[in-house]
Design a protein around this ligand. Structure first.
Ligand code: PLP
Length: 505
């Protein structure tokens, strides 16, 4: 196509650059419209044709379909590529928007955020510097300021959008480490690397905290050994008395407590650690107080349950995950600091990008606060969401989710077929099928079987987790459309598989 069309030479430009029609630019608006239209059609088919959360396909079945695909084959048409992607992906995609998807911390997304995604990837601003984003930087900053306000931080607070809760937790631990070394040993880790005392640094979390804190400690050169796990109480919250004991014991042993990372909404149980008590202990022992509210930031949206996250405003740093609890498409997260001066610990001035004199001229370069350089304009999704739905609107979603989880907890408590481990501040319930009349079966086995059968059938998804070495099932309810009837239906299926296991074995 690129040299001769019906005997005529096409423009010189096009023969130099075949496939020029694929570039996003003003001469290809028609092509853009066509491609985007097809993508939209295929999303609509996904919505129309999805009648359960998952197809049940196995990795082996799906892998077979990949065997004859050669990515170096000549170009195929949009028709062909959409067929291929439907077969390989869309048909088997796990449908987070389905009311019977109650497995992991994946929310259904809101439409304003999806519309924003179109702008984000097409215009493709990069939020590292003002000179690559302009208004984008100011919008992100305004959303950060809004989040600071919701947390209850004062005017010196600041923050940055990140790729996820894991990155935000890493930043929290990074600043805790560097701040401690500078403050107590006059040692600049950014410049000079780890001080000799670093292997004795200690970070305290509950035993229900997210694994990304341990990962952070290992990335930061402190090792997983730096993380001290504090036992949770019967409601799976950090026991703050044991926290203080542990801090003292580490000091007695010659170690150096630097930080405590409380969890506001644990991944498994959705419960909030006693933030105010922990803040007090952090203050007394001069520890950095980080709050991982990746999940629990949902509580910021609701008047009814806002009190459950009281104490978050005493943190040095906070992780919020808009893609967990604000109905945002992946990725969209925040790292929020009570005092912007701490960002200085990680600022690196690069002459080509964010020279120091920009600061003096008040040119806002977000890269000064980030460990990423090129960075998506994820903030625009939250902007659309707040402008169109508003905090109150999102809050009603959260109220509904918490209410459904509460109803589900009551249902589980009153059904002799099940054992429920927790009530949740949010919407995560850990339970297991336990109706073995003669107590002859290993309940971990039965529940593992149930989980895998559910996944194979695909018509209702729950997660699994281990508590004290035993396997449990878990509901994470993040969809306001999930009703107690959906929950009942999943529980009935669970009972069927449970009975089936007992009969067969
Ligand atoms: C999910 C989660 C994280 C990690 O967040 P990502 O966005 O998946 O990186 C951290 N902490 C808690 C409590 C979480 O539930």
């Amino acid at each position: 196509m690129n040299t001769l069309i019906t005997g005529q030479l096409v423009s010189e430009k096009e023969s130099l650059f075949p496939n020029l029609e694929n570039l996003f630019c003003d001469i290809n608006i028609q092509e853009y419209e066509n491609a985007v239209h097809r993508a939209k059609e295929s999303v609509i088919s996904f919505l129309e044709e999805t009648n359960q959360p998952f197809s049940g396909v196995s990795p082996r079945e799906l892998r077979k379909q990949f065997e004859n695909i050669d990515l170096n084959d000549p170009a195929i048409s949009y028709d062909e590529v959409f067929d291929e992607v439907t077969r390989l992906y869309i048909k088997h995609a796990v449908a987070f928007h389905h009311p019977k998807y109650t497995a992991h911390l994946n929310c259904p997304v809101v439409i304003p955020a999806v519309a924003a995604e179109m702008l984000i990837s097409s215009i493709n601003s990069s939020l590292d510097t003002w000179d690559q984003s302009a208004g984008g930087t100011l919008m992100e900053q305004k959303l950060i300021d809004w989040t600071c306000g919701e947390i209850g931080f004062g005017s010196s607070s600041d923050g940055i959008f990140t790729s996820g809760g894991s990155q935000s937790n890493l930043m929290g631990m990074l600043l805790a480490r560097d701040h401690y070394a500078l403050e107590h040993f006059n040692h600049n880790i950014k410049k000079d690397g780890l001080p000799e005392q670093a292997h004795r640094f200690r970070i305290f979390v509950s035993d229900a905290a997210h694994f990304s804190i341990q990962k952070s400690a290992s990335i930061l050169g402190l090792g997983e050994q730096a993380v001290v796990k504090i036992k949770t109480d019967r409601s799976f919250r950090m026991n703050s008395v044991l926290l203080e004991d542990a801090v003292r014991k580490e000091i007695e042993n010659g170690n150096i407590p630097i930080a405590v990372a409380a969890t506001a909404g644990t991944t498994d149980f959705g419960n909030v650690d006693p933030l105010t008590n922990i803040a007090g202990i952090a203050k007394q022992y001069k520890l950095w107080f980080h709050v991982d509210a990746a999940y629990g930031c949902a509580l910021l949206l609701t008047e009814k349950y806002r009190h459950l996250i009281q104490g978050i405003e005493q943190a040095h740093s906070v992780t919020v995950d808009y893609h967990k609890s604000f109905f945002q498409p992946v990725s969209s997260s925040g790292f929020i600091l009570n005092d912007r001066k701490y960002f200085g610990l990680i600022t690196h001035y690069a002459d080509y990008l964010n020279p120091k004199d920009h600061d003096e001229n008040e040119i806002p370069n977000q890269v000064n606060k980030s460990i990423q350089t090129t960075r998506r304009f994820d903030a625009l999704k939250l902007w659309f969401t707040l402008r169109i739905i508003g905090k109150k609107g999102l809050g009603t979603y959260i109220d509904r989710i918490i209410h459904t989880a509460d109803e589900a907890a009551t249902l589980l408590e009153n059904d002799p077929n099940f054992e429920l481990l927790n009530r949740s501040d949010l919407s995560a319930l850990v339970f297991r099928y336990s109706a073995d009349p003669f107590k002859t079966f290993d309940l971990s086995r039965i529940n593992t079987y149930i989980k895998s059968q559910l996944y194979k059938s695909g018509n209702g998804l729950v997660a699994g987790t281990k508590v004290n070495g035993q396997f449990y099932l878990k509901f994470t309810i993040l969809n306001p459309l999930t009703t107690i009837e959906d929950i009942k239906s999943i529980l009935n299926t669970i009972k069927q598989y449970g009975n089936e296991y007992i009969e067969v074995n």
